[in-house]
Design a protein around this ligand. Sequence first.
Ligand code: SF4
Length: 477
Amino acid sequence: MDMKRLKCSPVTGQGSDNLAGIGRVMRPKFKAIDNFMKEHKRLPQVGFVSLGCPKATSDSEQILTRLRAEGYLISGSYQDADLVVVNTCGFIDSAVEESLDAIGEALAENGKVIVTGCLGAKGDVVQQAHPRVLAVTGPHATDEVMAAVHQHLPKPHDPYTDLVPAQGIRLTPKHYAYVKISEGCNHSCTFCIIPSLRGDLVSRPVGDVMQEARHLVDAGVKELLVISQDTSAYGVDVKYRTGFWGGRPLRTRMTELAAALGDLGVWVRLHYVYPYPHVDEVIPLMAEGKILPYLDIPFQHANPRILKLMKRPGNSDNVLARIRQWREICPELTLRSTFIVGFPGETEAEFEELLDFLKEAQLDRVGAFAYSPVEGAAANELPDPVPPEVQQERLERLMLLQEQISEERLRRRIGQTITVLVDEVDEEGAVARSSADAPEIDGLVYIEDGQHLKVGDIVDVRVTDSDAHDLWAERVK
Ligand code: SF4
C-alpha cells in the first residue's frame, strides 16, 4: 500500500465535505505533536475516516477531540493506525455505497474498524455487509465510540502524565468497589427528594460501565457493587439503547449488564433494585452463579393504601408470590429490603399488616426507618402525621420481629460450608463476608482460624455459630 492517506476532517478546518464530495484527505494540525510523541513512546494511534454532512463532521470533531484529550494519536495512514474509526453517511444510496466501500477499505488495509454515524443507525446494514467490524454506533455517539475504542485499544497508563490510575481514585478497600451505573430517578416517591436534587434518570453508556468494571477487575477488585438510585431502571432513559462491549452489541439494560459483569469472573452484587416486574429476569443469573444471589430491593411498606400514598408500586400478595418464586429458582437468594414506619396516616392495623408481611416474607436483611419529614417531600403535606413516640414504638416492634427472623435464618446456616471474601486479617483471625453480606450494611463472618488468610482472599469456611446479624466459622481444610 502506498501509505494510503486516511480521509480525515480537519480538527480546526472548514468542516467536512457535503454529500457530493465526502471524504477529503486531510491531516490534522497536531501532526508535529504526534511525531514528537511517536518518537518518544509508542502511543496508541487511531485512524479516522470522516464522511458525510457538517453534522457528521461535528461528530467527528468531538470524537477526535476526546481521542486526543485521552492521549491517543491520530494516524494519517492505515499502516500506522492500531484501529480505524469510520464515520459514515447514510442519506442517499450513493452515500451508503461510499460509506460501505470506506469500511471495506479500512478492513482490508487495517483490519480493526469501528463504525459510527448515520449508516450505523440503519438497522444492521453495516454488520450484514461487513461482519468483521468491531462495533457499530449511530450518529452523535461519542461516548459509545470512545467505549469501543477503549475496549479494543486501551489507553496506556503513563505514570508521568496520568495523575490517576486507570481504575480511578477509590475510597473503598482494594478488593471491592462501587460501580455507579446511572444518576437521578424518574419516580416521585412522596417521601423522597432525590429526583429534585439529582434530576431525572441518566444512564451511563453500557460500554463505559463495562470498561470501568474491567479496569477495576484488572486492578485486583474481587467484588463489584452495582449502585444507582434505581438500578432496575437502567437504560429506560435511552430506550435500552444498544451499546458495545467485547466487540458485541450489549443493551443498556440491567439484566444484560448484570450478565456481562458476571462474565468478568468476580462477585457482582446488585443494590437499589426497584421492584419492577423485569427484576424476575436476574434471578436465573443468580441461580447460575453468574452474579451473587443477593437482591437489595426496597419495598418500603406492605399495605396497599400506604404504598399508594408513597407513590410506590406493590401489592403485598404479588410481592409474596414473587418472593416464593424467586426462592424456588434460587434457594440461595438473600433478600435485603428497607421499610418506613409511621408514614403519615399509617394506622395500627396498617402497621400490623406490614408485620404480617415480614413474618410471611422471611427477609434476610431489613433496614427500617421512622418516617422523617424531609424538607420539600410531598408526603409532608399528607394529613394525620404519626406522633414520634408511636413511630418509635412501631420501629422497635418491627426491628424486634426482624431480629427474631434474622436470628432463625442465620441459625440454619450452622454446619453449612459457605464461600466468603476476606475483608480484614489480624492476630485474632479474619473478618469476611459471604454472598449474603454487602459491605458496611449487612453482617460479617468471623473466621477464628483465619490468621493466615489475606485481605481479598475468597475461601470456603464451615459455619460454627451465629447470632441475629453475624456468623462464626472455621476454615475448610
Ligand atoms: S425513593 Fe428511590 S425510587 Fe423513589 S424517588 Fe427516591 S430515589 Fe427514586
